[in-house]
Design a protein around this ligand. Structure first.
Ligand SMILES: Cc1cc2nc3c(=O)[nH]c(=O)nc-3n(C[C@H](O)[C@H](O)[C@H](O)COP(=O)(O)OP(=O)(O)OC[C@H]3O[C@@H](n4cnc5c(N)ncnc54)[C@H](O)[C@@H]3O)c2cc1C
Length: 328
């Protein structure tokens, strides 16, 4: 079969464990490839070729390329970009797709700057137009409008895809796997030594459940209630901006216009009023539960389920109930 278009997908993993969002990106690439006689190549940068190649093939890869090096066990953008740039020189890719996670957004920006090519970040929909070009839709102005993007000029065109949007079930497919040793720069070792290993907390943009706290949590000490609930549900903890400004939580937790945009299956807003700047980061969640002591809080206008009550009492009760239900 002749191939008219090559789509590369950068697989994201956490210390060797594939992130589910990578499978979503592969599925999205497969759908495009099927419309343009395309080939999907999964690019796995890792310490050794021990990630699940079969899973990548089932989600749409025609070929899985393992680029291995001991310094690729953890994501460090200098190393990942260096290894990928080498691969992009060897093979000619038309499109390169990445998850719009913290790492994926950083890597897509770094690659686009190095290569002098265009990048469309945080895409929520992809299609192919009459000329066979990929057309991407991405939210702009804090989600108030959508912009439709088409590429021209130098390739590869880079796209990062918003997590939790492009899910598809695995298919029974065949594909090939190859392994190459990645070349890293001399800088690699120095960078490796400089990077402090931070705990492998779930990135809120990828989490399927986000339990978020606002000023109604009344202090940083009460966020442990949200951590307990998030742990029981396998989710991540988010926060409103004033919570971050107060230093109660790290900026990586901030949801909203000036923070992260999340689209989880379930968003539990605890003691958050529902200002437009907060809604800009979470209103595309599939199900929103709001807990607030003020029955007139704006958050209830976007919530699917609302609980009027004190978060300090409601959250531990929810945690207890979910624990019981999930245990049975
Ligand atoms: C340019 C700009 C960018 C911004 N970007 C962001 C952003 O990215 N993200 C963001 O979140 N905000 C952002 N903001 C701030 C935003 O306007 C709001 O000020 C902020 O979202 C409010 O945070 P909050 O809901 O935690 O606090 P508040 O508005 O003070 O709400 C606290 C809520 O907790 C409830 N409450 C109090 N006690 C309890 C209790 N015991 N139990 C239950 N409920 C209780 C109250 O009824 C209230 O509704 C931005 C603002 C500007 C101007």
């Amino acid at each position: 079969m002749s191939v008219d278009c090559v789509l590369g997908v950068v697989i994201e993993h956490d210390q060797g464990e594939t992130k589910p969002v990578s499978l979503e990106v592969l599925s999205a690439a497969r759908k495009l490839a099927d419309q343009v006689s395309g080939k999907v190549i999964a690019l796995c940068l890792c310490q050794s070729a021990n990630l699940e190649a079969d899973l990548f093939i089932q989600h749409g890869a025609d070929q899985v390329q393992f680029l291995t090096h001991p310094d690729l066990q953890h994501y460090i953008h200098e190393n990942y970009a260096f290894a990928l740039l080498g691969q992009l020189k060897k093979y000619s890719f038309d499109y390169l797709l990445l998850p719009a996670t913290n790492n994926g957004k950083e890597l897509s920006a770094v690659l686009s700057a190095h290569l002098g090519v265009g990048v469309a970040t945080d895409c929520i929909s992809l299609s192919v137009n009459g000329e066979g070009d990929v057309v991407a839709v991405r939210p702009v102005s804090s989600g108030k409008a959508h912009s439709t993007v088409r590429f021209s000029g130098k390739k590869p065109h880079i796209l990062s895809l918003r997590p939790n949007i492009f899910r598809s079930p695995p298919l029974s497919r065949q594909g090939e796997t190859i392994e190459e040793e990645a070349q890293l720069s001399e800088l690699s070792k120095k960078v490796q030594d400089l990077v402090k290993q931070v705990g492998s907390q779930l990135d809120i943009t990828e989490a399927r459940i986000v339990v978020s706290g606002g000023l109604g949590m009344q202090g940083p000490e009460n966020f442990k209630l949200l951590e307990e609930l998030a742990e029981v549900l396998g989710g991540a903890v988010g926060a409103s901006r004033p919570v971050v400004d107060n230093g109660w939580r790290d900026f990586s937790n901030q949801v909203g216009q000036t923070g992260r945009t999340v689209s989880p299956d379930l968003y539990i807003a605890c003691g958050i009023s529902g200002a437009v700047q907060h809604l800009a980061g979470m209103s595309s969640s599939r199900c929103i539960v709001a807990i607030n002591s003020d029955p007139n809080a704006s958050i209830f206008s976007v919530a699917d389920y609302g609980i009027v009550g004190d978060v300090i009492q409601v959250v531990p009760s929810l945690t207890r109930e979910f624990k019981k239900i999930l245990a049975s």
